[in-house]
Design a protein around this ligand. Structure first.
Ligand SMILES: Nc1ncnc2c1ncn2[C@@H]1O[C@H](COP(=O)(O)OP(=O)(O)OP(=O)(O)O)[C@@H](O)[C@H]1O
Length: 294
């Protein structure tokens, strides 16, 4: 559906996006994650042909360039603040962009905006404006939707609603590229994760593969941690340690049990290390920084 191939973006002399490549397949929900200033919005704008770039971007096999946006006819987007005319009603704003009034009404209903859609947008709250922006991105049955921080300003009920709606559209084949700082929100919907740091793509994985990559660590507790640590270090089997546990690799757990047994050390606990999604992302970012230093 969407192919981003080796793109580079410069702003002045600053190299903002560095050889980034990834794809979004039909029905995929790709979460784009990274620290502030990493380049997430820049990548989104590049795909929309809003910036000068080198490399190749294509949507449904048609190239997007800064001067040619024809490939984007079935692409919806919400980038930064939605472009809303304040003195028009929400509905009038939508009517400016819609090709089909029935599908527009469906989107309004899906986002539960009926109560205020006929009042002027200048009186909308932040969350109401955000929902109008999302509605604009979903107009005209898009086959690809870009959402930059879509949950900004939304209350819990709206967040759940938008999440369900994104899933619903994806099930019908619409692809999504979504950035967010609320990792737990993206975690619930994304099917692929792309991590960007300082303009580089450092992870591009199916979400299940991503969750599994760091599950190979086990935490170990024995009745003699000091001696265990020494033995494991000698054998090169100690990955790291926390206050309470020694951390080891799954591939060594049988050898470790033998080693402890031979040395008459009692095993108290040996279990997979549970880490949450946020820690996985932070660890991926740190790992890349460590590799760069070597
Ligand atoms: N118009 C511009 N001129 C110069 N530099 C820019 C411009 N727009 C963005 N940048 C720089 O490009 C880099 C990437 O910015 P971008 O907005 O893409 O990051 P982001 O990952 O979306 O960040 P955030 O999470 O804070 O929104 C930053 O270093 C930023 O300072």
């Amino acid at each position: 559906m969407v192919k981003v191939n080796n793109i580079n973006v410069f702003m002045g002399k600053k190299h903002i996006i560095k050889n980034v490549s990834f794809q979004v397949k039909p029905g995929e929900i790709v979460g784009i994650i990274g620290p502030n200033g990493a380049g997430k919005t820049t990548i989104m704008k590049t795909i929309l042909g809003l910036l000068k770039f080198t490399g190749k971007v294509s949507v449904a096999d048609r190239n997007v360039t800064e001067d040619n946006h024809r490939a984007l006819s079935k692409v919806g987007a919400l980038i930064e603040n939605p472009a809303i005319y304040p003195f028009l009603t929400g509905l009038q704003n939508l009517e400016l962009y819609t090709e089909d009034k029935n599908s527009m009404k469906t989107v309004v209903k899906q986002l539960k905006m009926q109560n205020y859609i006929k009042s002027r947008a200048k009186n909308y709250s932040l969350g109401m404006k955000q929902k109008l922006g999302i509605a604009m991105a979903l107009l005209n049955n898009p086959n690809f939707v870009i959402l930059d921080e879509p949950m900004n300003g939304l209350d819990i009920e709206s967040t759940i609603l938008v999440r369900k709606l994104i899933k619903h559209y994806a099930e019908q084949g619409t692809s999504f590229l979504i950035s967010s700082h609320i990792l737990s929100e993206l975690q619930k919907i994304m099917t692929r994760i792309v991590i960007i740091n300082e303009g580089n793509l450092i992870i591009n994985k199916n979400i299940d593969d991503f969750k599994n990559i760091n599950h190979s660590r086990y935490k170990l507790l024995t009745n003699n941690q000091k001696e265990s640590q020494k033995l494991l270090q000698e054998k090169g089997m100690l990955e790291s340690q926390s206050n309470k546990y020694l951390l080891v690799n799954e591939k060594n757990i049988f050898s470790i049990q033998n080693l402890l047994y031979k040395n008459k050390i009692q095993l108290l606990e040996l279990a997979p290390q549970q880490i949450d999604f946020e820690q996985l992302v932070v660890r991926s970012l740190n790992k890349k920084a460590e590799e760069d230093e070597i």
